[in-house]
Design a binder for this molecule. Structure first.
Ligand code: B1M
Length: 210
């Protein structure tokens, strides 16, 4: 019987090789890939998210844990595709126009992936038009906007306005975050949600899609 608690521990400690090995072992044991993801990988990343929230983990530990999670995910992904398992939702994420900071955005992206969401990563300096284009393609249920500069925060409002003008605002939930961003600002510009950190972003997206 696969030890999924041990698998979760390898994600928490960022032991990539062990995470891959235990995942292969679980697959060989016949453990359901969804159970591997939920009770091993997502369980591990949830602990990482909590530790990050409580300042017990810092950015490097989260990145190392995410790397282990990704490596293990690569082992199970083909099996998930075969069994027709749908992701919990698809999130189009990017740092807004004029802003090149991507460390926080990447953490949010990795935590969401660890939380079972499909990610469309638009990277940095993403224009409102680009977000509209992706929403128009119909794959994303959530648009996630990150900004680290007070001067680029207005791009968040521009993006929401552009979604409205394109007539697709009601098709998606918009979540925003980044060091200078607040719940008040989210309310002011009509975003559906705000999260102060990567782990809370996973909770918020879950809430918005519930
Ligand atoms: Co820049 N920079 N930077 N910088 N930089 C800040 C943000 C700044 C506060 C530094 C300072 O002056 N004290 C300041 C902004 C001031 C302001 O606007 N009030 C600043 C400035 C001014 C600039 C430049 C203009 C500097 C210059 O060239 N004169 C320039 C701008 C470039 C541009 O974007 N156009 C610039 C450039 C850079 C570097 C390229 C050198 C580098 C970025 C490298 C990279 O990202 N690849 C950089 C860095 C590293 C920083 C600091 C030091 C660290 C940012 C970071 O990565 N934090 C930053 C000072 C600081 O914050 N101490 C600073 C770690 C990261 C994990 O946290 O991104 O907050 P954070 O993400 C958190 C949460 O905010 C949240 O979750 C994450 C994890 O918990 N979160 C979300 C983030 N996005 C979210 C989205 C969500 C939900 C939660 O939902 C969608």
């Amino acid at each position: 019987m696969a030890d999924l608690q041990a698998l979760a521990e390898t994600v928490i400690s960022g032991n990539k090789e062990e995470a891959e090995r235990l995942t292969r072992e679980a697959v060989a044991d016949g453990t359901d890939p969804v159970t591997i993801v939920n009770d091993g990988l997502i369980a591990g990343m949830s602990v990482v998210g909590e530790k990050f929230k409580n300042n017990e983990f810092y950015v490097p530990e989260v990145l190392i844990a995410a790397r282990a999670m990704h490596a293990a995910m690569d082992v199970v992904k083909p099996l998930l595709a075969e069994s027709g398992v749908e992701p919990r939702g698809t999130v189009a994420i990017g740092t807004v126009k004029g802003d090149l900071h991507d460390i926080g955005k990447n953490l949010v992206s990795m935590m969401l992936e660890g939380g079972g969401y499909e990610i469309i990563d638009l990277e940095v300096d993403v224009s409102p038009e680009k977000f509209v284009e992706v929403v128009n393609e119909g794959n994303a249920q959530v648009v996630a906007l990150s900004a680290l500069l007070t001067t680029t925060m207005p791009s968040m409002k521009d993006t929401i306005d552009a979604l409205e003008e394109a007539g697709v605002r009601d098709n998606v939930k918009v979540i925003i975050g980044g060091a200078p961003v607040t719940q008040n600002y989210a309310d002011e510009i009509g975003a559906d949600g705000y999260a102060p950190d990567a782990a809370s972003a996973v909770d918020k997206v879950g809430e918005l899609l519930a």
